[in-house]
Design a protein around this ligand. Structure first.
Ligand SMILES: O=C(O)c1cc(C(=O)O)c2c(n1)C(=O)C(=O)c1cc(C(=O)O)[nH]c1-2
Length: 252
């Protein structure tokens, strides 16, 4: 039986980028609504609450990844991701910055950090991502992080759209996204080179592409859940956040 030859490096990279062009969540109607000023204050709050759950699990999935890596050089390159989100003694991290955004939209950061009110489908999607990275081959795990190839564009659009359309938005509230503009390209340059180097058979290339598609589904499913629950006609699942809950005194 003849084996299919691997794609050359440029063709394989183009294949990965085409997955983003077709499936990345910048195309989801919820993001269009958010960035163009179409979201109500409560829709923005629902997004902040649910997206916190994703943020909170990113360093956990990176720790799960590192626990499986025997190569010290790869661990050294990867551990920055955990510090970017958790911070260090000297430096604030992304989770703290996200909670600043929560405060700016009138939410009590303790409520957001409690993870109460997160939609069931958000939990299922995000937990599936953590499990995927914990259980699948390292190549698939690294490939699944490559949605970050497409993230700087959406972060830039978001900064511009939120600043233009929403009163709560200012540099402090949006500092999370501005910081990611420099953090994400560093991470993804490393991740992409690693995947291109290690996907040395057609089967591995197919697996890496499938991992990236899986991750686009993880992101898309979160926004589908948000739309279904909070955009009219709203269908909020039992136990999920209801407008009016978890607000700061001044916003209540
Ligand atoms: O706002 C976004 O659209 C977005 C998307 C993604 C992504 O593509 O997974 C990440 C982020 N932001 C992000 O801020 C972030 O720290 C991050 C880490 C990862 C990852 O898979 O390791 N994705 C993302």
């Amino acid at each position: 039986m003849t084996q299919t030859a691997p794609q050359d490096r440029a063709a394989f990279e183009a294949r990965l980028r085409a997955i983003g062009d077709a499936r990345y969540h910048d195309k989801h109607p919820f993001h269009r609504r958010l960035h163009s000023g179409g979201c109500s204050p409560d829709e923005v709050r629902a997004w902040v609450i649910n997206r916190y759950y994703y943020q909170s699990r990113i360093p956990m999935k990176d720790a799960a990844f590192m626990s499986r890596v025997s190569d010290p050089a790869l661990r050294r390159a990867w551990r920055k991701r955990i510090e970017d989100h958790d911070g260090t003694d000297a430096r604030e991290g992304g989770i703290a910055r996200w909670l600043r955004l929560a405060q700016a939209v009138g939410l009590d950061p303790d409520y957001v950090a409690s993870e109460r009110g997160v939609l069931p489908a958000t939990r299922f999607a995000v937990d599936a991502y953590v499990r995927f990275v914990r259980d699948m081959p390292l190549l698939d795990a690294v490939a699944s992080s490559l949605t970050e190839l497409f993230a700087p564009k959406i972060h830039a659009e978001r900064i511009e759209g939120l600043l233009r359309h929403y009163d709560f938005a200012d540099d402090a509230a949006l500092s999370y996204f501005r910081k990611r503009l420099t953090e994400a390209p560093e991470d993804v340059a490393f991740g992409l080179a690693w995947v291109l180097d290690h996907a040395d058979t057609r089967e591995k290339q197919d697996a890496a592409a499938a991992a990236l598609e899986f991750k686009t589904d993880v992101l898309w499913a979160q926004l589908d859940a948000l739309w279904s629950a909070y955009v009219e006609p709203a269908r909020i699942p039992p136990g999920a956040w209801r407008p009016g809950e978890g607000l700061l005194e001044r916003a209540a």
